[in-house]
Design a protein around this ligand. Structure first.
Ligand code: AMP
Ligand code: ZN
Length: 113
């Protein structure tokens, strides 16, 4: 049984606000936004973290970034944005399905960590 919350969101079994979807990924609004715009890129295929995805499916990662790059204006990110992916304990990863945070819509803090 797959208990992954992001797999369930991708499958539509748990509600979310999807702002974009294609065959590779969904982009949803983060439930607890940490910036005016806080979205999550969810690659649809389950990998636990960025290391697993990059090692096994670098093409998928590339396609996700390419698609995102074409969407920034319509997502309200004309002035820029920050992408973050947390991995493991030191990175404070809390959901073990690769996701990339998109933060923007305002001037972000210069300090990142
Ligand atoms: P991380 O700590 O990097 O693993 O990030 C997990 C993110 O998922 C957090 O920013 C949460 O607010 C977000 N999150 C958890 N559950 C949901 C959900 N059901 N819908 C949208 N975002 C969620
Ligand atoms: Zn998953």
């Amino acid at each position: 049984m797959n208990d992954c919350i992001f797999c369930k969101i991708i499958a539509g079994e748990i509600p979310s606000t999807k702002v974009f979807e294609n065959e590779d990924m969904a982009i949803i609004k983060d439930l607890n936004p940490q910036a005016k715009i806080h979205l999550l890129i969810l690659p649809k295929k389950h990998y636990a973290n960025i290391g697993e995805l990059a090692a096994n499916d670098a093409d998928l990662l590339k396609r996700c970034f390419s698609a995102f790059a074409g969407l920034t204006d319509e997502l309200g990110l004309q002035n820029g944005y920050r992408l973050i992916t947390n991995k493991g304990d030191d990175g404070c990863q809390s959901v073990n399905h690769i996701h990339i945070h998109i933060l923007g819509g305002e001037k972000l803090a210069e300090k990142m960590g």
